[in-house]
Design a protein around this ligand. Structure first.
Ligand SMILES: Cc1cc2nc3c(=O)[nH]c(=O)nc-3n(C[C@H](O)[C@H](O)[C@H](O)COP(=O)(O)OP(=O)(O)OC[C@H]3O[C@@H](n4cnc5c(N)ncnc54)[C@H](O)[C@@H]3O)c2cc1C
Length: 538
């Protein structure tokens, strides 16, 4: 049994920020618990390695959803990082804040201080923006998130994508954008050609502080309470149980699947679920694990009349050349994401806000090989992908424990496409892709008709095809959402669990609504703001 002021559960995107900020003054004893191993691994550090970490049980929880009627009864594979850096150590590196109204909606839902003007200042405080090859002021070990403009290294096909957007009269930029209405090259979170996870950005520079203890392979199993005050965390380390005491607060940063799981295992959640698992109820809180939102996307594949990344990453000779380039200079396709171009656009001009996120990748993959991420097996032909997801789907799912056993994966029920609005989005957005593929810029790059014949498909056929082929974009959130009313939310705007003392949730679980783009950036902002509030309340 050891005592700390703050115990942070989960060293992911959020947990690494909390560990840095709470230990910075030297005044507080901080413990960071991580179920996975250290992130000092080759394929975690090499950007393209996310194709490998995707199925690597050593660094990935590898969850499966329940069979979901909205996707023709399929189970969805749910990778989540189980390693220092969490999902930011295995993600696809795109950096995008979303749009202002995402956060303004958080504030309007009764959460003061979460509007875009307020969070933009926080973003500005931790982003280190530079161009690839011009990162002189970013030392390999400096604190802050490297957000890199890698446009100069992107595949020439991205110029065609920009031309296409111009021909569609969509807002488009030839340099990366990180917020609002525009397509363009994506910013990525790399530093000198290696992944800049939340661990690299925030935790590693802080690890030598004497008041910060980081324990890996340490799985939190339940939070202990005295009455309704969180006081300790029981953990499992290589089969041995151990307990840590929190003098001030327990801070959950285990992510949108595991934070609600841990709350339910600790007796905080829907009472029926807790009782069915044979556990004692500390607080009946139906919103813990509910309201899960996620982005759901689909790829449309095109055969190109010119070389694409398939011609490099799909051939041994190309891979060896790219590997040598990477090892010698930290440049080339291995130093990048395959998601090189995209952004937030309107599926039709009458939409009030951009409602569609695009991913236009100079690479294609469609065959499924068990246990291999499709992108590690590019198509044999020169191909590329145009893909979309709805920015703000409204279908809600949930996460529920199945038993009192902390090692048993929770049941993840996404309820994809359960709202008609989301089905309507699919049709409108697929029709947008159809118009995109009909532009001169795209037509002149094709050597064969598009593989999915969108131009000959009815609305029903488009939806059927989507249900059959769509995939999570890996952005589950809102499973312990914030709000002023305990009847509709799990935590308040200071991220304290309603009705419980000494316990906050500080990760993607607390989003009141999903943001329009990728969720790493907003999770980092949640953690920074959480740290400010925790220190203010100390
Ligand atoms: C394959 C993939 C691709 C993605 N691509 C992108 C992208 O390109 N851009 C983007 O912005 N976002 C992307 N995301 C999403 C983004 O990375 C996540 O939204 C974000 O990292 C979530 O941060 P978090 O802190 O909430 O959770 P996580 O980063 O997942 O951290 C949770 C941590 O808690 C640990 N943990 C869980 N349970 C316990 C326990 N009981 N005890 C101790 N530790 C525990 C986990 O092991 C993990 O390290 C992607 C995600 C995935 C999985």
């Amino acid at each position: 049994m050891q005592d700390f002021d703050y115990i942070i559960v989960g060293a992911g995107s959020a947990g690494c920020v909390l560990a840095d900020k709470l230990s910075a003054s030297g005044k507080h004893q901080v413990l960071l618990l991580e179920a996975g191993p250290s992130d000092r691994r080759f394929w975690v550090r090499v950007p393209i390695g996310y194709g490998i970490s995707y199925h690597d049980a050593q660094v990935n929880w590898k969850y499966q959803s329940e069979p979901d009627p909205g996707i023709n009864g399929r189970k969805m594979y749910f990778p989540r990082g189980k390693v220092v850096g969490g999902s930011s150590s295995i993600n696809a590196l795109i950096y995008h804040r979303g749009q202002a109204n995402d956060y303004d909606d958080w504030a309007t839902a009764g959460n003061p201080g979460w509007d875009y003007n307020s969070v933009a200042k926080i973003y500005d405080s931790f982003e280190l923006v530079s161009k690839v090859g011009a990162e002189d002021r970013v030392l390999p070990t400096c604190s802050g998130l490297s957000v890199t403009d890698a446009t100069a290294s992107y595949h020439p096909l991205t110029d065609k994508f920009a031309d296409m957007c111009e021909q569609m009269q969509m807002p488009v930029s030839r340099s990366p954008v990180m917020e609002g209405h525009s397509a363009g090259p994506y910013f990525i979170t790399t530093r000198h050609g290696t992944r800049c996870s939340s661990a690299v950005a925030f935790l590693h520079p802080a690890t030598n502080r004497p008041n910060l203890t980081v324990l890996t392979n340490m799985t939190a199993q339940r939070i202990g309470f005295q009455g309704r005050r969180a006081t300790n965390v029981d953990c499992l380390y290589h089969g041995r149980e151990t307990t840590f005491n929190a003098g001030c607060e327990v801070l959950l940063a285990a992510g949108a699947i595991n934070s609600p799981q841990l709350l339910q295992l600790s007796g905080v959640g829907p009472q029926g679920v807790i009782r069915d698992a044979g556990l004692e109820v500390v607080l009946d809180q139906p919103n813990v694990g509910s309201h899960m939102q996620d982005h759901l996307g689909v790829n449309y594949i095109y055969k190109a009349n010119r070389p694409t990344l398939n011609d490099i990453l799909g051939r041994w000779s190309g891979r060896i050349f790219a590997g040598i380039e990477y090892l010698l200079r930290r440049t080339g396709p291995l130093s990048l994401s395959v998601n090189q171009f995209g952004g937030l656009v309107k599926s039709s001009p009458d939409r009030a806000f951009p409602d569609t996120q695009l991913y236009l990748n100079p690479l294609s993959y469609q065959s499924f090989y068990k246990g291999k991420r499709a992108l590690t097996k590019p198509d044999k032909f020169s191909g590329f992908i145009m893909s979309f997801n709805s920015c703000r789907p409204v279908s809600e799912g949930h996460v529920r424990i199945r038993s009192s056993d902390p090692t048993m994966a929770p049941a993840i029920t996404p309820n994809y496409l359960s709202a008609q609005e989301d089905v309507d989005d699919v049709i409108r957005m697929a029709r947008l892709i159809l118009r995109m593929q009909q532009t001169p810029a795209i037509r002149e790059t094709l050597c064969a008709p598009p593989i999915t014949p969108l131009d000959n498909m009815t609305d029903d056929e488009i939806v059927d095809d989507f249900r059959q082929r769509c995939s999570t974009v890996f952005h589950p959130c809102c499973t312990a959402r914030m709000g002023p009313d305990p009847r509709t939310s799990a935590v308040n705007s200071r991220l304290k669990v309603h009705g419980i003392e000494g316990l906050r949730v500080c990760d993607a679980s607390v989003f009141p609504n999903i943001t329009s783009a990728n969720t790493n950036a907003p999770t980092l902002v949640v953690a920074h703001r959480a740290a400010e509030m925790i220190l203010a309340d100390a």
